[in-house]
Design a protein around this ligand. Structure first.
Ligand code: BGP
Length: 473
């Protein structure tokens, strides 16, 4: 059997895309709570035209999401029925510290996650926790401009330390920041960073990146001190970048695009800024303020494993051409691949190549913590959902994942596909872009009773897990 016996099969979610209850039990507002549905969404996510008061008539998907805050028992029971070994979820920072600056954490917020972890552990499901998944208390955005400011480092360390202490016996697999490289593409969604007139936007982003990277290293240290069993990971929005042609100019462009993302993980996994980014800053006149001691912190506290999301590969071409969307990143369209209804191209073999690329680069265990197909599901007259397209997507990706382990010797801890239960889409805010094995009866306007039901893929994934990835048909 190619996959290890304790392989972490499961699914992944994020607090703001499932919980709802956005002001319940003392929770404060987060950056995501002011990212509206509809036309302005993309502009706001990119850090422009941001309003810190939620008053957009189009509404805010995170406010209700799928109400997991109240349905977690039922939802976890369904995941247990599929045989999940792991559940990746995030904690909403503003449930624990509503403004980020309280002296004491919000007990009701802590108790909620205790209850969720207990429920998971009851079924033998390992919680894998993202400390920050596109989530930052809005009060910190207002006061400090979020990660623009160095003040954020201590506040994040305080927040994470609270989690490590409180959940010491329950959680041992952590990720510091979800898709850390999204900061360079959608800074307000990724990290609560927005822009003012006259900003050198790239410099602001790199400065925020430095604060985030130092914070990530510091909490890695704290986590190891509190419990040596803690495994700390970074998290990259990954996807191999192919050159559009064998023209060396295209190959060079592909290398540069890969560097744009890998620099984060180079720091988190190797412990230092790579030369190519230092040179880029020099060339572009970017000044990143660092304090004495930062380099040593980064060096001494690298991650234990490298986790990543994979939805699609990317293509780079030296000449500017029209782009297609690919999990937030615009990319040149690949003529060899089909696309999802949202234009994300489908490339299972690219997963094997991506795994090899990351493994070769870091030589640390990998963890695929997101992969899946966003698609429209149309229930049959009897309510059943025959989502063969989702099964096809996942089967081919899992096949290539197993190949990377079996044929190439990549070390892999687990696979938590994205969105085991339908949830709010991060990029579009839609419900109709569904990923789940579990259907949630709710539409983009919030209509529907949010009842849960099993899709055809539910039974398929259950067999995949039971056979540890050997039965994919
Ligand atoms: C990643 C995010 C997730 C998730 C996923 C699917 O970028 O980490 O939060 O939503 O992509 O993307 P979307 O929801 O836009 O379809």
């Amino acid at each position: 059997m190619p996959l290890r016996k304790d392989f972490l099969w499961g699914g992944a979610t994020a607090a703001n895309q499932i919980e709802g209850a956005y002001l319940e039990d003392g929770k404060g507002l987060s950056n995501v709570d002011v990212i509206p549905y509809g036309k302005r969404r993309f502009t706001v996510m990119s850090g422009h035209d941001v309003s810190l008061v939620p008053n957009d008539p189009a509404g805010y998907p995170s406010h209700q999401a799928i109400d997991f805050y109240h349905t977690y028992k039922e939802d976890i029971a369904l995941m247990a029925e599929m045989g999940f070994k792991a559940f990746r979820m995030s904690i909403a920072w503003s449930r624990i510290y509503p403004t980020g600056e309280e002296r004491e954490p919000n007990e009701k917020g802590l108790a909620f996650y205790d209850a969720v972890f207990d429920e998971l552990l009851k079924y033998g499901i390992e919680p894998c926790v993202t400390i920050d998944h596109f989530d930052c208390p809005l009060a910190l955005v207002e006061k400090y401009g979020s990660w623009r400011s160095r003040e954020m480092i201590d506040l994040y360390v305080k927040y994470a330390t609270t989690l490590f202490k409180r959940y010491k016996e329950k959680v041992h697999i952590w990720m510091t920041f979800n898709e850390i490289n999204v900061l360079m593409h959608l800074p307000f969604m990724g990290a609560g960073v927005s822009f003012k007139e006259g900003d050198n936007e790239l410099e602001v982003q790199f400065q925020a990146a430095h604060h985030i990277l130092v914070a990530s290293a510091l909490v890695t240290k704290v986590a190891h001190e509190i419990n040596p069993k803690n495994q700390m990971g970074c998290m990259l929005a990954a996807g191999v970048t192919y050159p559009f042609s064998c023209n060396p100019e295209d190959a060079l462009e592909a290398m540069k695009r890969a560097h744009d993302s890998y620099f984060f993980i180079d720091v988190q996994s190797r412990g230092a800024y790579p030369n190519y980014i230092v040179k880029q800053w020099e060339r572009d006149g970017i000044h990143v303020k660092m304090e004495e001691g930062d380099a040593a912190i980064l060096k001494a506290n690298t991650v234990d494993y490298v986790s990543f999301s994979y939805y699609t590969s990317r293509v780079a071409q030296a000449v500017e051409v029209e782009k297609t969307s690919a999990n937030i990143f615009g990319t040149v369209k690949n003529p060899y691949l089909k696309s999802s209804e949202w234009g994300w191209q489908i490339d299972p073999l690219g997963l094997r190549i991506t795994m090899n690329e990351i493994w070769d680069r870091y030589q640390k265990p990998l963890f695929i913590v997101e992969n899946g197909l966003g698609a429209v599901d149309i229930p049959e007259a009897d309510g059943s959902i025959n989502d063969d397209y989702r099964i096809d997507y996942m089967r081919e990706h899992i096949r290539e994942m197993v190949n990377a382990v079996d044929l190439d010797g990549v070390e892999l801890m687990g696979y938590t596909m994205w969105g085991p239960i339908d949830l709010v889409s991060a990029s579009t805010g839609e419900m109709k872009k569904r990923y789940g094995f579990i259907y949630v009866n709710k539409d983009d306007q919030g209509n529907g009773d949010a009842a849960r039901s099993r899709k055809k893929s539910f039974y398929w994934y259950k067999r995949v897990i039971a056979s540890n990835g050997t039965e994919l048909d």
